[in-house]
Design a binder for this molecule. Structure first.
Ligand SMILES: NC(=O)c1ccc[n+]([C@@H]2O[C@H](COP(=O)([O-])OP(=O)(O)OC[C@H]3O[C@@H](n4cnc5c(N)ncnc54)[C@H](OP(=O)(O)O)[C@@H]3O)[C@@H](O)[C@H]2O)c1
Length: 291
């Protein structure tokens, strides 16, 4: 795919904006491309936001060899990458599951890695928000079958934290871990780690309050099940991917069901348009324990 420089990238058109929260100090080029970005006022507890891209028929992964990435869903949209970079630039922490790492094993979860054309602007934004290093990259794995030679751990570009089970940590410690990697085992013997335990571990390592969950669908399902997602950013890509029985195509949430017995309804708080892509932002009711 040819790289599309920021100067020829069209700005998003803001169609709806509730004007809630603090305006973030976007440098001029980013402000031109995205418009105004607001985030809720700092609170004592973390603000958890997720960002995904889905097709019109709700597919987030084609789950096919060579075509399992978000780029296959967005159609390699430069505007989607610009927004991904923006959300990573404001995040203190980015959390992904081992399946998302497996789909893109050479990736590191920084703004620059997803949209290098705006690296300087992203850096200026992060700095203006008081951040001194790239977001903590958190990988969640129950079984700990992760290769510590991958760039997210071995490149030194990001601080990295692996959250796993006791058995997973034991398996991981058979490899030599680079200095920039912290491995933490949660208590309990279950292979699925509760999302609140993931957040507890994250908060012990990072004082930052803006936590971006980039998925995938199984990890996100755990966060929704425990009502720990405050906001969902969702790019709607104008394609119909289709599904067939047993093709393994994934929706936004996998491994958990909510409707009809326990439906989760969000509120639209922002809507932007980039050509035929829609950039949606929903908030979900607060259900965190009072702090
Ligand atoms: N369209 C988008 O915006 C988007 C965004 C993200 C990902 N994706 C796509 O989604 C696909 C991957 O989907 P996925 O559902 O497999 O991804 P995932 O949630 O990243 O990975 C699932 C794996 O992560 C670990 N995991 C997740 N939650 C856990 C928990 N609470 N406790 C312990 N371990 C946990 C488990 O690892 P172990 O098996 O190691 O125990 C589990 O098998 C890829 O194709 C990726 O490209 C798309």
């Amino acid at each position: 795919m040819p790289r599309l420089g920021p100067s020829i990238l069209a700005p998003l058109e803001t169609l709806f904006d509730t004007k809630r929260g603090n305006v973030l100090p976007l440098p001029p080029n980013l402000a031109r491309l995205y418009g105004c970005l607001r985030m809720p006022q700092q609170r004592s507890r973390p603000h958890v936001f997720s960002n995904f891209v889905a097709t019109l028929d709700g597919v987030v992964s084609l789950n096919a060899i060579g075509h399992a990435s978000g780029a296959d869903i967005s159609g390699h949209s430069a505007q989607d990458r610009m927004v991904m970079g923006l959300l990573r630039a404001i995040a203190d922490v980015v959390i992904v599951g081992s399946g998302t790492l497996g789909a893109d094993p050479r990736h590191v979860w920084t703004a620059e890695a997803i949209f290098p054309e705006l690296a300087d602007e992203y850096r200026r934004l992060s700095k203006a928000m008081g951040k001194r290093e790239p977001p903590l990259n958190v990988i969640v794995s129950g079984n700990g079958e992760i290769d510590l030679r991958l760039p997210v751990f071995a490149s030194g570009k990001v601080p990295a934290l692996i959250i796993t089970t006791t058995a997973g940590a034991k398996r991981l410690r058979t490899q030599s871990a680079p200095d920039s990697v912290d491995i933490r085992a949660t208590r309990g013997s279950a292979s699925t780690i509760p999302a609140n335990a993931i957040l507890d571990e994250v908060c012990q390592v990072s004082p930052g309050k803006l936590i971006l969950v980039e998925g995938g669908p199984r990890l996100l399902g755990n966060f929704y099940a425990e009502r720990l997602v405050d906001e969902q950013f969702l790019t709607l890509a104008p394609q119909i991917a289709g599904r067939d029985a047993g093709d393994g195509r994934l929706g936004l949430v996998m491994g958990k069901t909510f409707a009809p017995s326990d439906p989760l309804w969000g509120t639209l708080i922002d809507l932007r348009r980039g050509s035929s892509h829609l950039f949606l932002r929903y908030s979900f009711p607060e259900s965190w324990p009072a702090s």
